[in-house]
Design a protein around this ligand. Structure first.
Ligand code: CTP
Ligand code: MG
Length: 575
């Protein structure tokens, strides 16, 4: 998987890559020529005592070294730049792909894994790219060149290479194949650490409230130890690698000197050639070592590339059609037409054959116990999910034929879990309409019954991530103000009044027709008082509509509704 990913992401930098390869080629040739020249100095300069020759060839060696250094600097600079660019582009690709995911795709991977994939996994690929450009491209050139140069120095001694090189390659290959599977395990365990960490940070209050610190610490320790164990096993193999290489290198040097001495003694070889041969042997073995670094890095990067590619290859379930139809000007009526919905892999659908018409100027309410499918129904409207059967229509057009952005511009939603983005109160509210003036912000806050506490804090008061520095009720009201600020054809409130007391709830609802300027309103609630004035109340039970009508009609005829009302009345009366 590594190669296709790299090929795709290196394409914009192929000019740089080409230059890197050329520079590394020149650099390696320079490195290979030095021992030969050194041998010449010894054989024809030192042995004969020709100072002029020594200085001349020495000068050439100096010049070649200069070229080598310049090439190395250029190659590392360009290589590093290309590798880092690939990292940046990969992160960007993963991020923008995840942004387009619908809830279904995002939950398939899970947030912690998506974070690991866009950080750690990208880093592995970036690392292997960097290593390739800075050292590994040299390996094959150096290996082939080294063998040729060694042969030129002394054919007889070169027989040694036939033993040493395959031995080293074989050992490295053996170690690398044992390490490969461990790398996949490491990435998975990093995922797990992220998951546990995330859960513990978000759930810290629950953990303290139930005194679960000890067991949570153990859970983290377990995940941590597992990562440690796997990393340690990889470490053992890596630790084994270098001594192995050193042993083989030094043993082969001994062999070279041993056999070389005999050949010099018999006059078959010159002293300088022995020195040069030793140098070439080292260069060859170094190149084998570099190649074997590939064995260490590539398996891990392949696993990472696969994990990144899995994200990039996932098509968002909800996409803009190639030829989206336009919504007509004016207010659109949004409706559900026999819509059903089931979660992937679940046996029972969550919603069965729901029909609902949301018209301008009318307030529709959906009531039902927890788990009845209310939030699922709400998610269908702005096309956060698609129905598995039936359709959602806006102005008579199936929403799957519309640009989701255009549809969503017409719907303003207060989600059940009011999420506020970090910033100031003003910036949080303007999230829905950046150009809103301060007066408009205050009008929305007034309508959401939030101006009182905001007036005390000021519009520039800080909002922490998620709105965590506000109470549940304050958060809900800010989310309502944010939604009211956006002009829309349909306003949806998913259980948004639950944290408000009865009086505030009533005041807020009384102001809604004005605040929504006569758009359609959908209120989802569990509390009867919140919805009793609605033009139409839909009673939802286990994903089915079991009654619809006004409060009066339902009270007269609908058993489920009567039950809900009775259970809540007795609670109120008791209070
Ligand atoms: N569900 C699920 N997977 C999800 C969300 C919900 O399987 N990611 C299931 C739940 O088990 C639930 C059903 O879908 O039984 C309906 O969930 P939802 O629409 O969220 O129920 P609500 O009526 O909104 O419940 P509440 O009043 O508690 O918000
Ligand atoms: Mg809900």
């Amino acid at each position: 998987m590594l190669l296709p990913v790299l090929r795709r992401f290196l394409r914009p930098y192929r000019r740089d890559v080409l230059i890197v390869v050329v520079l590394q080629f020149v650099q390696t040739l320079a490195a290979l020529s030095l021992p030969s020249l050194n041998a010449d100095i010894i054989n024809d300069g030192v042995v004969v005592g020709d100072i002029g020759y020594i200085l001349r060839v020495g000068g050439v060696m100096l010049l070649i070294s200069g070229v080598q250094v310049a090439c190395a600097i250029g190659a590392v600079y360009l290589g590093a730049r290309a590798a880092m660019s690939v990292g940046r582009d990969l992160r960007h690709a993963v991020f923008s792909r995840v942004q387009r995911f619908s809830v279904a795709e995002a939950s398939r991977f899970g947030a912690p894994s998506l974070i690991t994939r866009s950080t750690n996994d990208v880093q592995q690929v970036q690392m292997v790219t960097l290593m390739t450009f800075t050292i590994i491209v040299m390996a094959p050139i150096m290996m082939v060149g080294g063998v040729i140069m060694a042969l030129r120095q002394d054919v007889g001694l070169s027989a040694l290479l036939l033993v040493v090189v395959p031995l080293l390659l074989g050992l490295m290959g053996l170690i690398a194949t044992r390490m490969g599977p461990l790398f996949r395990l490491i990435q998975e365990r990093i995922d797990r650490i992220n998951r546990v960490m995330r859960e513990q940070i978000t759930g810290v209050r629950v953990i303290r409230a139930f005194n679960r610190q000890e067991s949570e610490r153990e859970r983290f320790a377990r995940a941590n130890t597992e990562l440690f164990d796997t990393s340690l096993r990889v470490g053992y193999f890596m630790a084994l690698m270098f001594p192995t290489v050193m042993l083989i290198m030094n043993a082969s040097s001994v062999a070279v000197v041993w056999f070389g001495a005999g050949r010099i003694d018999s006059g078959a070889m010159e002293v300088g050639s022995l020195v040069a041969f030793l140098n070439y042997l080292m260069q060859i073995l170094m190149s084998v070592l570099m190649a074997s670094m590939m064995f260490m890095l590539v398996p891990r990067a392949s696993v990472s590339a696969e994990r990144i590619d899995a994200v990039l290859a996932t098509e968002p379930g909800i996409v803009r059609p190639a030829q989206p139809r336009e919504l007509p000007a004016g207010r659109a009526v949004i409706e559900l037409d026999g819509a059903s919905f089931g979660f992937e892999g679940a046996a029972e659908p969550v919603l069965h054959d729901i029909s609902l018409r949301l018209e301008p100027g009318r307030t529709t309410a959906v009531i039902g116990s927890t788990g009845a499918g209310k939030t699922t129904l709400v998610n269908l409207l702005p096309r956060l999910i698609d129905p598995t059967a039936g359709a959602v229509r806006a102005a008579g057009i199936d929403v799957r034929e519309l640009d989701p952005a255009e549809l969503r511009a017409r719907i303003s939603l207060v989600p059940q879990r009011a999420y506020l983005f970090s910033g100031t109160i003003a910036s949080t509210l303007r999230f829905s309409r950046p150009e809103a003036t301060d007066e408009e912000l205050w009008a929305a806050l007034d309508a959401a019954q939030a101006s009182e506490f905001v007036r005390e804090l000021g519009l520039d008061a800080r909002v922490e991530q998620g709105g965590s520095n506000f109470s549940g009720g304050q958060r809900q009201r800010l989310a309502i103000a944010r939604a009211l600020l956006k002009p829309a054809d349909l306003y949806v409130f998913d259980d948004s009044f639950s944290a408000l007391d009865y009086a505030t709830d009533a005041r807020l609802r009384a102001g809604l027709p004005t605040a929504t300027a006569g758009a359609a309103v959908l209120i989802v609630a569990q509390r009867v008082a919140t919805i009793r004035d609605a033009d139409e109340i839909v009673v939802l039970d286990e994903g089915r509509v079991v009654g619809r009508g006004t409060h009066g009609e339902l009270m007269a005829s609908n058993e489920t509704y009567q039950e809900i009302v009775l259970s809540q009345l007795s609670v109120q009366e008791a209070a």
